[in-house]
Ligand binder design. Structure first.
Ligand code: 5GP
Length: 241
């Protein structure tokens, strides 16, 4: 393994490790109000490969002015095309990834098409503690794990291309994978699509700007929702005077 990726999982693990709450903190003299971080969301975006999630997520995060932090996953798959280590993924070896699992560095991890993918836990914890929303582009297994871990904070969006035919065209059009690999990805896509009904929202990614606006609107609406425990609106109503 190249020197540059040595201990990559460890490095990710050190980014933003959240210190345990100190028992010497100032005594609470009034009823505790939820910390700002309790209002921030974990926005899970899933959908079949070829749905265009990656671009949607990058653009959503870029236009948020730092309020929606895109998590960069670790993976054991090889970089594709112009993918850059540390920007699109942290590309690591299986051994490094497994060391990361053992050290508890992942909020969730899953094996997708024979490769490991995982969400570095310190980044999420750090962003939530800072009151930022976190955006995760992960598969349906990852979505299940994140829902179990972050509960009411999680808002999940399933992204689909306009039709199955367009999905197939997009998967073939990538041009970087063998025919066998494309077939495997299509089978994987079908297995993901049957889980769409478990998500809070469905967004069809036909026109990219519309899909982006829709997900942004979902995020804003979820902050304003009174019926979601810990939402910004629920917090504001509790503390309004
Ligand atoms: P790709 O290899 O096409 O970049 O990604 C394959 C699948 O893995 C996609 O559905 C993508 O959303 C998912 N994925 C990417 N990062 C993670 C991760 O950290 N955890 C999980 N569970 N899935 C991921």
């Amino acid at each position: 393994m190249a020197k540059s990726t040595k201990n990559r999982v460890g490095k990710v693990g050190r980014r933003g490790i959240v210190a345990p709450k100190s028992s010497s903190a100032a005594p609470v003299v009034s009823p505790p109000v939820p910390r700002p971080s309790s209002r921030s969301l974990v926005l899970v975006v899933s959908g079949p490969g070829g749905a265009g999630k990656t671009t949607l997520c990058e653009k959503l995060s870029a236009m948020s002015g730092g309020r929606l932090a895109l998590s960069i996953s670790c993976t054991t798959r090889a970089p594709r095309g112009s993918e850059v280590d540390g920007r699109h993924y942290f590309f690591v070896s299986r051994e490094e990834f497994e060391r990361g699992i053992a050290a508890g560095n992942f909020a969730e991890h899953a094996e997708v098409a024979g490769n490991y993918y995982g969400t570095p836990r310190p980044f999420i914890e750090q962003q939530l503690a800072a009151g930022h929303d976190v955006l995760l582009d992960i598969d349906v297994q990852g979505g299940d794990s994140v829902r179990r871990m972050y509960g009411a904070r999680v808002v999940s969006v399933f992204v689909l291309p306009p039709s199955r035919r367009i999905l197939e065209e997009r998967l073939r059009g990538r041009g970087t994978d063998s025919a066998e690999r494309v077939r495997a990805r299509m089978e994987l896509a079908e297995r993901e699509i049957v889980r769409a009904g478990d998500y809070d929202y469905l967004v069809i990614n036909g026109r990219q700007e519309e899909a982006i606006a829709e997900i942004d609107a979902i995020r804003r609406a979820e902050h304003a929702r009174l019926t979601r425990e810990g939402s910004g609106a629920a917090w504001a109503l509790k503390t309004w005077s």
